[in-house]
Design a protein around this ligand. Structure first.
Ligand code: GLN
Length: 472
């Protein structure tokens, strides 16, 4: 198994296709590791002794995958990290997961997450926090912390998560792996338990950019079950670039100054130097409205969640409280079933949408969203990509920010603007600060995934990040 563990998913898939590796061995090896997981990265691990039969030529080669709990998987617990969905086994499977299975990636386990994807540390899970494999006293980031920790720890070769304001990129950064948030609409949201529908986007967690491209290629596509899905305009290519000749990088002052830890900035600058050596031009620029992204996002996302979460009434799914009458049943179910952060968001969102306040809060947040999207549009006239640190700091201690929601929200400072603009962004590991992984974020215009993956690939080769400490 230790040799298998050193293979990336693409390498393992290639061996399967060449007839040199039996996918059942991969399944057994990883199932053993996932079952022995002591990071609380999984909420469910398959008990199948043998994987579902796969076609040996399938693009994903039978390499097993971890799936964030909020993706509906038929007959398998899908609880979105919430008590209110305890025991919920959906009758159908999310399109993204269907596509992965069809492409030859069997589901090995469901991964832990912040309740309904609300959080930046996975401490808001009703099923206990996930630990960071680099340092078990620290968080893996969130909300897709289980997916990130499982890949970083080598208990699964790759996984998927969702990103509403940073929930793929930030945990990828804190765990020293690659995380990609595609263009909004690239991947169907059908069967993804909704947090904020105008922002939610599925994407891969992988050890390298090649694996990320493989998963994106398998998942992307228009889906008749999600009218906001678009797919991608061109096929996803496996990234091959080894230089950045002619690539223009914009470094926004707003995302690279105050509030970013010195060790993170140091790693960021070292990567910019590498980018220059690879032929890129690097210039300072501005995203004047990006600093308002957090405020806008923390109005828009709660507003949408207050509506999305109205469906948990004790009638249709999961938990139902004992009560003498219907109204008491509704309120008691929600009182018992939702955690503190979810209640805070539902209350904030309901308030922001209430008549009399709608224009002052929700309406204004939407205007800020437009201004942020325009900041990016102007950037593309001069730059191919906007780059920044992914998260302002390294993985923090468990419990360090649980009592201070605003400190927790600040984790999304560098990732929220891209979510509001609907544009793709990747985080790749670019070194360590204080012995903990740091991420480098590359954002591009809508549908520039192929170019982003190429740039990330060139940098990845030059950085040569060694993630083996996380898997030890
Ligand atoms: N951390 C942000 C939040 O709590 C974003 C989470 C996400 O991207 N799902 O809302």
């Amino acid at each position: 198994m230790s040799d298998l563990l050193e293979l990336t998913a693409a390498q393992a898939a290639a061996r399967v296709r060449a007839g040199e590796l039996d996918p059942a061995d991969l399944w057994h090896g990883y199932r053993e590791r996932a079952a022995a997981d002591d990071l609380n990265a999984f909420t469910w691990v398959s008990d199948r002794d043998e994987p579902e039969a796969i076609d040996g030529d399938a693009p994903l080669g039978g390499v097993p995958i971890g799936v964030k709990d909020l993706f509906c998987t038929a007959g398998i617990p899908s609880q979105a990290g919430s008590r209110i969905l305890e025991g919920f086994r959906p009758p159908y499977t999310a399109t993204a997961v269907e596509r992965l299975t069809a492409a030859g990636a069997p589901v090995l386990g469901k991964t832990n997450q912040d309740e309904f994807a609300m959080g930046s540390s996975t401490e808001n899970s009703a099923y206990g926090p996930t630990l960071n494999p680099w340092d078990r006293t620290r968080v893996p980031g969130g909300s897709s912390g289980g997916s990130a920790a499982a890949v970083a720890a080598g208990s699964v070769p790759w996984s998927i998560g969702t990103d509403t304001g940073g929930s793929i990129r930030q945990p990828a950064a804190l765990c020293g792996i690659v995380g990609l948030k595609p263009t909004y609409g690239a991947i169907s949201r059908y069967g993804m338990i909704a947090f904020a529908s105008s922002l939610d986007q599925a994407g891969p967690f992988t050890r390298d950019t090649t694996d990320a491209a493989l998963l994106l290629a398998a998942m992307a596509g228009k889906d008749p079950c999600d009218s906001t899905s678009l797919g991608l305009p061109e096929p996803v290519r496996l990234p091959e670039a080894t230089d950045l000749k002619g690539v223009r990088l914009g470094v926004p002052e707003e995302l690279t100054g105050e509030g970013i830890e010195p060790g993170v900035l140091e790693a960021f600058r070292a990567t910019l130097d590498l980018a220059r050596e690879l032929g890129a031009t690097v210039e300072t620029t501005h995203l004047p409205h990006a600093p308002q992204g957090l405020a806008a996002s923390y109005l828009i996302a709660p507003a949408e969640c207050s509506s999305n979460l109205a469906r948990y009434d004790g009638v249709r799914y999961g938990h139902r409280a004992d009560a003498p009458d219907l109204l008491t049943m509704y309120t008691r179910t929600r009182e018992e079933g939702f955690g503190a952060e979810v209640k805070r968001r539902v209350m904030l969102g309901t308030y922001a949408l209430s008549s009399g306040y709608y224009d002052a809060y929700y309406g204004r947040a939407q205007k800020v969203r437009t201004l942020i999207a325009r900041d990016f549009d102007y950037s593309w006239e001069r730059f191919d990509f906007i780059v920044s640190p992914t998260a302002p700091g390294v993985a923090f201690e468990l419990g360090a920010k649980t009592a201070d929601p605003l400190a927790m929200y600040l984790n999304d400072f560098c990732t929220v603007p891209m979510s509001l603009a609907g544009i793709p962004a990747i985080s790749i590991p670019n070194g360590l600060a204080d012995g903990l992984p740091v991420g480098f974020q590359i954002a591009g215009p809508a549908f520039s995934e192929n170019r982003i993956l190429d740039a990330a690939h060139a940098l990845e080769q030059a950085i040569g990040f060694d993630g083996s400490a996380g898997r030890a």
